[in-house]
Design a protein around this ligand. Sequence first.
Ligand code: HEM
Ligand SMILES: [Cu+2]
Length: 628
Amino acid sequence: MATSANVARPALFVRPTWQTGLRSWLTTVDHKKLGILYILSSFLFMGLASVEAFLMRLQLMRPGQQLVSPETFNQLFTMHGVTMVFLAIMPLGIGFANYFVPLMIGGRDLAFPRLNAFGYWVYALGGLMLYTSFFLGGAPDIGWTGYAPNTSLSANPGLGVDFYMFGLFISGIGTTATAMNLIVTIINMRAPGMTFMRMPVFVWMMLITAFMIIFAFPPLTIAFVQVILDRTFGTLFYVPEAGALPILWQHLFWIFGHPEVYIIILPAFGMISEMVPTFSRKPLFGYPVMILSAILIAFMGFAVWSHHMFTTGLGPVVNTAFSLTSFTIGIPTGVKIFNWLGTLWGGNIKFTTSLMYCLAFIVTFTLGGITGIMVAMPTFDAQAHDTYFVVAHFHYVMGGGALLTFLGAVHYWFPKITGKLLDERLGKVAFWFIVLGFHTIFFPQHLAGLMGMPRRIQTYPAGIGLEVWNFMSTFGTFIMGVGLIVFLVNVIRGFRSGKPAGNDPWDARTLEWATSSPPPYYDFPTQPVVNSLDAFWAYKHPETLNVEPVDPRQAGREYDAHGIHVPGQSWYPLLASIAIVVGSYGLIYDNWVLAIVSGFFFIFTVFGWAFEGVGGHHVHPELEGETA
Ligand code: HEM
Ligand SMILES: [Cu+2]
């Protein structure tokens, strides 16, 4: 064990130092613990969203069923969509980034550890708050896009809409905070020698994603605030009776909403770009092109939003313009597919479960891309809009893209996080059930959609040709469900009795594999030094790269007599998040006392946070001869 000494600094409030137990998790500022919390919470929310999806598919299995009422169905598709997008898939990418970005850049933490904790807690508590709406008079029933004027007080007097607005507003604060934290970290805290063009692709993708978050969330936040003002204070932003134009909501929503799909998919692109080279035992083909194309995608992602509004009557000139931008954004995306294929080409391929998920991603995402080009044609979209064709399309890109990748990433990085391996045989069984189930669910939906089946509808009549496709689709959920259960069993078994993984089970390329598994809480005993792209791989296989091999683990900066400073924990991020959530309940229920008291409590936590002092302690792994 490393030695440690407390850092004595005068402070108004003492910072906690628990290393284990529940309190250490509640007060943690360690990026690894927060990463684990993020990943576990996302999977929990994904479980809830899957139950909602399963209920919807059961209802749609046969024509004319009455399993759930139309009102409940509306709540189910709203909560399913909102949960998958905001509480499961996007935070999962952020959770992996939390854990791995500092390790991959040879740093020791994110730039602002307490802000990181705050980001996690507002996300988790905001999400939980949204779910309490089920017990407090009904969940939102407005679709994940929350279109005005469905959200106006006269059209929707229940509290569900308020929960939607506040829940997403709150978790959006957390996402924005974490994005800023990632940007500052990646720009400032890279190991010596790690230039931008030596950064792992996953880190690049997270940097770009974080910038997209910073620019995409404000329009959405403005839209939320407008609706909150409408409903709480009687303003008229979206009240059609007063002459408002509800289409404003659609513009603000989709200026956020289209970039959001890239915010979801770019982290997945980054993971694929780590896994494919590792299991092809080749450097990534076209590293600079991979990065340039992602930057292009990020810019163009903000220029295509009206392809979600082709049928709203914006007119042929606008539709043509947005159709063209949408076609063009397919180019940098296609380039990436070629880069992954180029990496696989001639590689010494190891068919691990992770790599199989990558291959399934490439196939599925390409199919989703093709239907994307189809709906980018206004003429075609006029037919497909709001049908199951669109449902099939976005599940191919978001489920087949992000979800499959993240499952592969769990297999890839589980050994680093836990020090134990997942079972490859079980992993592959789960893989086949999940992938075959996925396509059985979503492929028939293209056909149902082309035959005119509308989305967001809780039943359909018999005898118009929709039975067989809907039955197949629901049948697929059983296949995929079996796969997900096997996946879960594998993960639980892995935690409890997985084989020891060693530090570098895949002979991987990036720095997180240079430290032990699981990493010590100070990450690296000495700060790594980098002299090429894939420095760890270059050290292990000097013949493959044109550089002098340097062991990134041994060549750190000169020994610092102070040792490693590990920041102290804090209660304030959690307390501040609780203040925000309780205050939101106050506003939702027009309970001004609660809202104002929470507001003051929030200000108290901000001061407490600021005056808490540096805290933390120094560790001296080198005195114990500890090496990675
Ligand atoms: C893999 C299992 C999944 C199943 C069986 C499933 C099923 C469904 C169903 C039945 C609907 C309702 C469609 C409608 O009536 O319009 C739906 C909507 C939706 N799903 Fe999924 N889904 C799954 C995964 C995902 C994933 C991974 C994501 C995203 C990251 C996602 C995002 C959405 C969204 C955004 C909607 C639209 C909600 C709305 O119309 O407001 N789903 N899904
Ligand atoms: Cu879009």
